[in-house]
Design a protein around this ligand. Structure first.
Ligand code: PEP
Ligand code: MG
Length: 763
């Protein structure tokens, strides 16, 4: 190991240097060696890290901390990790190493460009061991002092709780694991994106490029719809272009961080890449694929007329012709994308198509089928539980099918427009609920094992603590355990209509048939499951909010009024206040739960448009014997009127408010949330929506009222960043989004603190 210098430049790195530079360093070195335009970088080698440990006498201290550590005891693990990280971070770096890093930085940055320090961990005996994602990356570093700190942050992250846990469980000796740090110039991309060097499904010689304005983060994170270009390598022509409406871009803020900007109207619809740039990118793709021998998934950025390749790794292959769910693969056309919609619930599943034209057809749906329907209804839920994926013609991200599928953990694609016409009964298809694609035949996805084990560990012991509570939405009691396993800080929305509609009888049916007690018991048992899954954490249960059309197919549904626009009709608190018997059944249920000692139960009123409705509802609770001043009663803000006069609600004594953006957006900009024809215009960050939210947050905070969000926008990182920046006190997201939202919240909070600290120090 001796003889390896402290610093290696990309151009000097060979494949066999992986134990000195880690997987990331080696892969960048290899990309540079085949002529890809990789941004300049050098690596502080793992030997430099070892020398630091020896010079500071840290080795024994670190191993003493980690030896015999019970990593299943979270408190002990966190404590040991904190101590170990502090030891590494606080110990002085040897002067000659500092100088070597400073000289290299000077050479590379020409006196101060912005760089990133990326950890690249490796094990001595297993040079290609993957520790991806466990160690830190420090972005946007400027100046040598900050860089030296950044390197030490990376080193210290070798002893993060998650990394220690993973190594122990995987049987790696802590003292054989090393860390190198890649220091790379950050490219302030004016446009950026990703590229598949061959068609990811068929393997055809088609290069698929997605790009948008600004840094690549917005394409990679999915916060914008990017342009898409398909380049045919055989004819060297662009054969397909899709120019998206790109509303926001992420750019370097000229300091140390990034910021999200709205894109000027005239650039939103503009083609991001010139035809020439598409061709040049495709050429780099071919070079990379030929070198590695398999199709690559690449990241790129462009500044002026200079293209940079930022990353190249094998596509997580989608193979064809495999067997799954006991079905035989179709032959020939098995790997075609035949239909597209919005990916509404992540996951991939294959199976036999069962077309459900209306509820009478649900009898023919078998376990493991792919249910294809115009739009799901609550009375289809029993069938939805059995199927392996759901495809609808209509709807957007907040429709019934989307909400229920996410809760069931079932992949779903909504808004395909023609699914019921195009797909044939009994046809075998594969549904990708993340990308919104449906393939003909059975498609097997290959997922690297290591990735899933890292992901499991990530969800496990190292919960990020955030000042803004991150809660979860639940609609069905059967999802409560999965929801609680996310470590969420409570339930920000429990929609009881799914529970009631699952009974297949309207509340009125129970009343007319004198079966009120049965209704109360069903409701009570369902809510109790969720309360029990979140002991000591707030659970906000929403009173009934089902549009009349959702009741129609149930027993008792015939007497539901026929409304031209149920979304604007007899739903939410307005219906409950006009149907005292129905409202009292719910209040009686809540009262019993409070009497049982569930004081974490809060009640939220939907579709409130005036404080009088809140006051009347509260009065009903008081009349039913509830100690209304000592329970949490709050409102949904989902009608613009309630956001505009939010101060009056605060005066009326609401304890909390939560933005129901699914409705707030549709009522503010007149875009039906369930209409796939206007999905493109459904715009959560429309300035008018943001203005209403901003105003309501301020008023609630001034009045000391907790203010949250439980609409779908609360599961979108971009929106959550904005909300935290504007002072929201909690967010509530879908089960599948909790991890990323918690990370988004933490990052935003840290940025706010950092900016505050910099201001204090006049930086
Ligand atoms: C909302 O409107 O954002 C909301 C959470 O309620 P629902 O989707 O049930 O209308
Ligand atoms: Mg709503």
């Amino acid at each position: 190991m001796t003889g390896i210098p402290d610093i290696l430049w990309l151009e000097e790195i060979r494949k066999e240097d992986i134990s000195s530079v880690g997987g990331k360093g080696a892969s960048l070195g290899e990309m540079a060696s085949i002529g890809l335009p990789v941004p300049p970088a050098f690596v502080v080698t793992s030997q430099a890290f070892r020398r630091f440990l020896v010079a500071t006498n840290l080795e024994d201290k670190l191993y003493a901390l980690l030896e015999d550590l019970d990593v299943d005891n979270n408190d002990l693990l966190e404590e040991a990790a904190e101590k170990a990280k502090k030891l590494v971070y606080d110990s002085p770096m040897p002067t000659d190493l500092k100088e070597a890093i400073a000289r290299s930085y000077e050479k590379m940055s020409r006196g101060g460009s912005i760089v990133a320090a990326r950890s690249s961990a490796t094990a001595e005996d297993l040079p290609d061991a993957s520790f991806a994602g466990q160690q830190e990356t420090v972005l946007n570093i400027k100046g040598i002092e900050n860089l030296l700190k950044g390197v030490q942050v990376c080193w210290a992250s070798l002893y993060g709780a998650r990394a220690i846990y993973y190594r122990t469980k995987q049987g790696f000796e802590h003292h054989t694991v090393n860390i190198a740090v890649v220091v790379q110039r950050l490219v302030p991309s004016e446009k950026a994106g990703v590229m598949f060097t061959s068609h990811p499904v068929t393997g055809e010689s088609l290069t698929i490029i997605e790009g948008s304005w600004g840094l690549g983060e917005s394409v990679v994170s999915g916060s914008v719809s990017p342009d898409k270009y398909v380049f045919d390598q055989r004819t060297e022509r662009i054969i397909d272009k899709f120019i998206a409406t790109k509303r926001t871009e992420i750019v370097a803020d000229g300091e140390y961080g990034t910021k999200t900007l709205d894109i000027r109207a005239d650039r939103q619809e503009m083609q991001v890449l010139s035809d020439e740039e598409v061709k040049r990118l495709a050429t780099y793709g071919i070079v990379s694929e030929e070198h590695y021998g398999v199709p690559q998934d690449m990241e790129w950025g462009i500044v002026g007329d200079q293209i940079f390749v930022l990353q190249s790794r094998p596509i997580t292959t989608i193979k064809t012709g495999a067997k799954k769910n006991g079905q035989t693969a179709t032959t020939g056309s098995a790997d075609k994308v035949i239909l597209q919609g919005q990916g509404a619930s992540p996951g991939i599943a294959s199976g036999k198509v069962a077309i459900v034209y209306d509820v009478k057809d649900i009898g023919k749906v078998n376990e493991g089928d792919i249910m294809v329907t115009r739009m799901t209804n609550p009375d289809m839920v029993p069938a939805m539980r059995k199927v392996s994926a759901i495809v609808t013609d209509e709807g957007g991200m907040t429709c019934h099918a989307a909400i229920v599928s996410r809760e069931l953990g079932t992949p779903a694609v909504v808004g395909t427009k023609i699914g019921t016409q195009l797909l044939k009964e009994g046809q075998i298809v594969t549904v990708d609920g993340e990308k919104g694609l449906i393939y003909d035949g059975i498609i097997e996805t290959a997922k690297p094992e290591i990735v899933s084990s890292v992901a499991t560990v990530a969800a496990g012991p190292s919960k990020i603590i955030t000042a803004t509570s991150v809660k979860v939405n639940v609609s069905m009691p059967e999802a409560a355990a999965r929801a609680a396993a996310t470590g969420a800080d409570g339930v920000g929305l429990l929609r009881i209509e799914h529970l009631i509609l699952g009974l297949n009888k309207t509340p009125n049916w129970f009343i007319e048939n004198h079966r009120e007690e049965e209704f109360i018991q069903e409701l009570l048992n369902g809510i109790k499951v969720v309360l029990d899954a979140f002991p000591g954490k707030p659970v906000w249960v929403r009173t009934l909010d089902a549009p009349t059309d959702e009741f129609r197919n149930m027993q008792g549904g015939k007497s539901e009024p026929i409304e031209h626009n149920p979304m604007l009709g007899w739903r939410g608190i307005r219906r409950d206040l006009q149907s005292p018997k129905q409202f009292r059944l719910q209040i009686e249920t809540f009262k019993r739960l409070w009497d049982l000692g569930y004081d974490n139960l809060g009640i939220m009123f939907p579709m409130v448009s005036h404080p009088n409705e809140f006051i009347k509802a509260k009065e009903e609770f008081r009349n039913a014997g509830v100690d209304v001043e000592n329970v949490d009663l709050g409102i949904m803000i989902e009608i613009p009127a309630s956001a505009v006069i939010i101060d009056d609600f605060v005066k009326a004594g609401i304890k909390f408010a939560s933005f129901g953006t699914n409705d707030l957006i549709q009522y503010t900009i007149a875009i039906d949330r369930n209409n796939e024809n206007v999905t493109d215009m459904y715009w959560p960050k429309h300035p008018a929506v943001l203005a209403l939210i901003d105003r309501a947050i301020k008023a609630c905070r001034e009045g000391g009222v907790e203010v949250s969000i439980c609409g779908q926008a609360g599961s979108e990182p971009d929106m959550v960043t904005w909300l935290v920046q504007h002072g929201i006190t909690s967010v509530s997201s879908n089960i599948d989004a909790i991890a990323k939202i918690r990370e988004t919240v933490a990052r935003t909070e840290q940025r706010i603190i950092l900016e505050g600290a910099r201001k204090n120090y006049g930086l």
